[in-house]
Design a protein around this ligand. Structure first.
Ligand SMILES: *Cc1c(COP(=O)(O)O)cnc(C)c1O
Length: 228
């Protein structure tokens, strides 16, 4: 049986190799352990091995783990699709939301964010126009970035992308990275320094994502093993 320790070691080796061969600093790539469908105990163990950032897709399941680990200094990332009636819980429980793709959702997160909290936001882009997933087109992203960056309590940090099976990750992630650079030029200079995040890359394609400039990779299977 492969243990979490062994899987983490292999994963770290992959990340180190990808950073080294692309002249990227290891510290510029944040690993997010995607713990969906994994028991809370796995998150506890991963935290004991040094992981600090975890991603969850389903609110009810996430709430249980966030509660279990409430005493630990963890950073929780919401990476699932967002229903508008769930924005309050998301704004209260998470530090990052990767899957914002509508102004209405951003407005609700902004107005429901607890006082004194700043919620980090990523705009999800759908660069291969795959109707099975969320995200805005490159075209739509321009106005949304301007609108979201004006909302209080939110800090718009960059883009998140999931690629379709049949998109070449090398090409797809380069496209997202280029869009990230293009949008930076459009952002008000006051906000531009905070536009620093590219969340892309999973178990199967993290090397291509790191090569293209990912600053966050979201890894489930390579870390926790197959999901039930
Ligand atoms: C499940 C999931 C991941 C992790 O996928 P793996 O292939 O298991 O690494 C990453 N990002 C999102 C948005 C996911 O839903």
């Amino acid at each position: 049986m492969t243990t979490l320790t062994q899987r983490l070691a292999l994963l770290q080796e992959r990340i180190e190799t990808a950073c080294a061969s692309n002249a990227r600093a290891l510290s510029d790539v944040q690993l997010i352990g995607v713990s969906k469908f994994q028991p809370g105990q796995s998150v506890v163990e991963a935290h004991e091995l040094g992981l600090t950032d975890f991603g969850e897709n389903y609110l009810q399941e996430a709430a249980e783990k966030i509660e279990l680990l409430a005493s630990k200094p963890l950073i929780w990332h919401f990476i699932g699709s967002i229903q508008s009636n769930k924005t309050k819980v998301i704004a209260e429980s998470f530090h990052w939301v990767h899957t914002v793709d509508r102004l209405k959702i951003a407005q609700r997160l902004s107005s429901q964010c607890p006082p004194d909290k700043v919620l980090n936001i990523l705009l999800q882009v759908n660069i291969d126009s795959d109707s099975n997933k969320g995200g805005v087109t490159a075209e739509e992203s321009v106005d949304l970035v301007k609108q979201i960056s004006n909302l209080p309590n939110l800090k718009l940090r960059g883009l998140m992308a999931i690629l379709s099976q049949d998109t070449d990750p090398r090409v797809g992630y380069e496209t997202v990275a280029q869009l990230h650079r293009d949008l930076k030029a459009l952002i008000h200079p006051e906000f531009a320094p905070g536009w620093d995040t590219l969340s892309m890359g999973m178990t199967g394609d993290l090397e291509q994502a790191i090569a293209a400039g990912a600053t966050m990779i979201r890894v489930g299977t390579a870390l926790f093993g197959p999901r039930e």
